[in-house]
Design a protein around this ligand. Sequence first.
Ligand SMILES: Nc1ncnc2c1ncn2[C@@H]1O[C@H](COP(=O)(O)OP(=O)(O)O)[C@@H](O)[C@H]1O
Ligand SMILES: [Ca+2]
Length: 477
Amino acid sequence: MEVKVKNPWHRPVVIFLACVITAGIIIMVAISVVQYKPLHQKYKYGIVLDAGSSHTSVFIYEWPAEKENNTGMVRQKHTCNVQGKGISSYSDNPMGAGTSLKDCMEEAKQKIPAHRHHETPVYLGATAGMRLLKMENEEASEKVLDSVARSLKDLPFSYQGARIISGQEEGAFGWITVNYLSENLRKPTGTLGALDLGGASTQITFVPQQEIESHDNSIDFRLYGNDYHLYTHSFLCYGKDQALKLSMGKKIESTPKADETHPIELRDPCFHPGYNFTRTAQTVFNTPCMKKVKMANENFFHVGTGNWSQCRQSIRKIFNTSYCPYSRCSFNGVFQPSVSGNFGAFSAFFFVMDFLKLTNDSLDLTKQKLATYCSTPWKEIAETHPHINKKYLSEYCFSATYILTLLEDGYKFTSNNWNDISFIKKRKLTIVLDEADVVVQTTPKSLHQAEVIAVGAVADVSEYLHAIFQIPSIFGK
Ligand SMILES: Nc1ncnc2c1ncn2[C@@H]1O[C@H](COP(=O)(O)OP(=O)(O)O)[C@@H](O)[C@H]1O
Ligand SMILES: [Ca+2]
């Protein structure tokens, strides 16, 4: 006979187990609810590194994965400034270039949800600092690029490339950015020309009113269903840091030595009275922008005299306007149609003019204010701005005078069209995507490749970024 043994623990165990299972279900539901939210935010991301001559910035873009009403807003979700100098400064320690990106890329990992990492494209574009390093020491420039590439490939993101972009591309990107910012590409109204002042190069890009006489200065785009025919030029060595070296180099070469035992005293009208520093000639001549000189190991005294009109004269000497193989030139024999329409001036154009509060004046008033500023004693300037980086602070007089000379004597802006230039901070980039066909193409010689890109309407930003980064292949470089 079978005896049913009554287990006294049976009911409590069942109750206990039921409780545990219920609690488990609640916890699991709670976890999935919490996780459900980001999953259903459905954003996509892209990362672009702008490796400038003076520093590298990391931009994270974000846009809805599924476009509602066919419109997708792309926003710059986050910017991170890489600590230290630009990647081209790592020529003696290439590994350091890759390492320098670590903190910002760690931040990118935090800002982008983990489940999106693998599909997030990451691009690095290096500008004029690396162009100069490549001219000076190609092997070193390759090592630096290898090092940043390796560091980006080590991340969970989708590595798309790290390369030096051409001056033409840089001009084109600047123009596209300025016009995206002002939503001009979506309106039938005119576009803004773009003026970009970096440390090592400067770019001018606009829709010309006359025929482009030199092939190298022409780019053709199709964006949002409109065709654009642009003039662009990038002046290598005419960013404000290289221009300062060019201008100081010229002064040093024409300064007589009092005697063999004393260093040269460079009396510099572009620096404030009372400014006085000892420098090595190496800091001026260590650039492929100038001929190597013998005195590179010598010291010189850099002494400010604060005279705006003399400063202007000295800066004019770095622009060669004595020859022009075309109907019109800006300087150094470079073709340029006359400037027309409105311009957005950004990067160092903005930093400098904004610091000096010179963004809203007439050309004449700008000159008057600048003359007063340059003649202000260095002690007074330094006391008024104790928290501003001393290098920037000491150079604002030079930088602003250079900006005026470049715009007036170089690009031929006049007091009549000076106020067509708006000094703009690149605001957070917001790109509105609807059925945006981003098509980029250029001269007939590489039309084949251009057509390949032209076939597909750009569905989302990663493709837009891709298209942008493809420009060089269309340029046939
Ligand atoms: N707050 C500031 N004041 C003055 N100059 C600045 C400021 N911030 C950045 N700059 C300058 O802006 C320039 C930026 O150039 P960068 O983009 O690094 O070089 P490039 O585009 O030539 O590769 C540099 O000359 C840098 O010193
Ligand atoms: Ca730049």
